[in-house]
Design a protein around this ligand. Structure first.
Ligand code: RFL
Ligand code: PHB
Length: 391
């Protein structure tokens, strides 16, 4: 089997890239380890930057987000018993974020590829050879080994994928920070208690109220790293959400309903600066992880594949490798800024298990300063709606 670009992984990075290459007339084959149902049912991101939505529209897959995406012009920070509305739209001269579930983004992109038989599910890649020549991607189809020969491999296979693991350890330049807390996330059949996303700093820990639609709530609480979703009965979870999200604000009531899914997400900041190894290019979570507080992981993946697709287009149209040669350098400039923002929002909102009273006062003072300073709030908002793309 042969193609121009082998894409590994049908997450946002791989699926956006496949569509971009298709539109440019570049052949690709996308290989995904899991089944189609598994990939579509996986509950993850909810907040998209305007740029990630515009990119979806540019590549011809904007119908779903146009119809069902919820435009959010601001967010609420709740601390010290008060609401502080951060008017993101005003502070950024008219930009917003859009609440549209990653499940919907992934479904829309898969649907767009369906009539072309260049996407395969349940086909885990087991080995990548000849990384510096014409790479050979080994995968399994119906349990039988197959080899795909290509010019380039796009490693869009997430944090645990095989692409980064193919790079010898000595060649990987890694930066990492693990946080002393995790998130317990809940998807519930309950009307969102607020139409605005709430970030709450509570003495028991951080809590977040978001949504997937007018009928479905998405909620999170900070828990210790050794906690488990099984330790929380539905009632205990609702009570804790109500306490932390209410946070002293009068008459706040959480809308309760059947819990559809709950799970723990560890918090990590991670960058592999080696984003290229021969003809393998890493994109999205394969190269970097951010803690979810800033709502940036999916959005960062879009930034990467915009640069990668520009490089591949230049190569196939003009035989030049200018963009490909500066792929890592170009992406890392934005990645590190977004890593900083995600680390900053995370450390500001989560009291660590060993936090002193002074540490908590510093968090509250940071929030108080930002919420009450137009310049401070504008700096937050500029990052929240998304920094400009390199290309
Ligand atoms: P993904 O989505 O992990 O996809 C990688 C795919 O590669 C497949 N794979 C393989 N396929 C073939 N062969 C192999 N050997 C393979 N190994 C792995 C996997 O099965 C998988 O399908 O990576 P990608 O595309 O880079 O996308 C990254 C995003 O999914 C991630 O950053 C976001 O979900 C992060 N995130 C958020 N991002 C936002 O921009 N806004 C948000 O509001 C937001 N909220 C969140 C989040 C992530 C969360 N969790 C659960 C980690 C909230 C949470 C709770
Ligand atoms: C979500 O809806 O999943 C979500 C919202 C805001 C965040 C992170 C995740 O900061």
């Amino acid at each position: 089997m042969k193609t121009d670009v082998a894409i590994i992984g049908a997450g946002p990075a791989g699926l956006y890239l496949a569509q971009m290459l298709h539109n440019a007339g570049i052949n690709s084959v996308l290989l995904e380890a899991k089944s189609e149902d598994y990939v579509i049912d996986r509950v993850r991101a909810g907040v998209m930057e305007q740029g990630a939505v515009d990119t979806l529209k540019e590549i011809g897959v904007g119908e779903g987000v146009e119809k069902d995406g919820l435009v959010h012009d601001g967010i609420i920070w709740r601390f010290d018993g008060q609401d502080h509305y951060i008017d993101v739209q005003k502070l950024t001269g008219g930009r917003s974020v859009i609440v549209y579930g990653q499940q919907s983004v992934v479904r829309d992109l898969i649907n767009a590829r369906r009539k072309y038989s260049d996407i395969h599910f349940s086909t885990p890649v087991t080995k990548i050879e000849d990384t510096h020549g014409k790479p050979k991607v080994h995968f399994e189809l119906d349990g039988k080994p197959v080899v795909l020969e290509c010019d380039f491999v796009a490693g869009c296979d997430g944090f645990h994928g095989i692409s980064r693991q193919t790079i010898p350890e000595a060649e990987q330049k890694i930066f990492e920070h693990v946080y002393p807390y995790s998130w317990l996330g809940v998807l519930a059949e309950a009307k969102p208690s607020s139409h605005v996303v709430i970030y709450s700093h509570h003495e028991n820990g951080f809590a977040l109220s978001s949504m997937r639609s007018e009928e479905i709530s998405r909620l999170y609480i900070q828990v210790n790293n050794d906690d488990s979703a099984d330790n929380w009965s539905d009632d205990a979870l609702w009570d804790e959400l109500e306490l932390r999200l209410g946070n002293g604000v009068k008459d706040f009531k959480i809308n309760r309903g059947p819990i559809l899914q709950k799970g723990i997400t560890p918090m990590r900041s991670y960058v592999c600066e080696t984003m290229r190894y021969g003809n393998i290019f890493l994109a999205g979570d394969a190269a970097h992880i951010v803690p979810p507080t800033g709502a940036k992981g999916l959005n960062l993946a879009v930034g990467d594949v915009r640069v990668l697709s520009a490089g591949l287009k230049e190569y196939y149209a003009e035989g030049k490798t200018e963009w490909l040669d500066k792929y890592a350098e170009t992406c890392l400039d934005r990645i590190w800024k977004v890593e900083r923002f995600s680390w900053w929002t995370t450390t500001m909102f989560h009291p660590a298990p060993d936090a002193s009273d002074f540490d908590v006062k510093m968090q509250l003072a940071s929030l108080n300063y930002l919420a009450n300073s137009e310049i401070g709030a504008a700096s937050f908002a500029e990052n929240y709606v998304g920094l400009p793309y390199a290309v």
